[in-house]
Ligand binder design. Sequence first.
Ligand code: SF4
Ligand code: SF4
Length: 230
Amino acid sequence: MPPMRSGKGDDIEMIRSITQKKSEEEIDRLLNGLGRIFIIGCGTCVTLTRTGGEPEVLEMKENLSEKGKMITGHTVVPVACDNLTREFLDDFGEQIDQADTLLIMTCAFGVQTIAKQLRKMVVPALDTLFVGKETAFGMFDEICTQCGTCIIGETGGICPVTNCHKGLVNGPCGGTNHGKCEIDVAKDCVWTLIYNRLKELDRLDAMRKYQKPRNHQGEPKPGKFKLTSA
Ligand code: SF4
Ligand code: SF4
């Protein structure tokens, strides 16, 4: 997905699609019987997370060549999930024609965009984990699971659905210990963070608001949204 900006001025943070490389065994299995491969990386999110930028594409090329695959070509497109990717890939038409499959080192948005644009089998080399932001150098945190029922107006802008390991929305579990989470003791219990934030804002009354049981079935898939005026 294209990066989105949040914050202002020096606080600008880029929202990214966070990915990790599939295991070598899985990539080998997905490419079994496919001898000629064109590799595509992306210049945005996966370059930042070092899962599908130029160095990773070249490493993949070396690795697959050593395994006897013929790499018909490779490239790193500027923004894989953008419709302009088609035009960019036109320059590689012959190399793509020669390939059995496209090995795509982008997030799932990029893979699906390219799959729609080209009549070729696609194999994703990465797993897409979540939409997140960089919180420290090389560290990415999920910020929203897009649950469809946002409650952060009552939790001081801190999301328990995403940040509590149990997704609890009505206060902490019994395992919270000195402000730390029982599942990951290195992590603050999100309900301690929410309490502290609401106290700071003199809005502790919001802690008493009962959140109704949540619909974990979520929206029917695939999700759709229509402007009411459209
Ligand atoms: S409650 Fe959390 S997961 Fe749900 S929409 Fe709001 S921020 Fe996202
Ligand atoms: S300790 Fe806090 S963050 Fe961890 S699971 Fe329990 S309520 Fe959630």
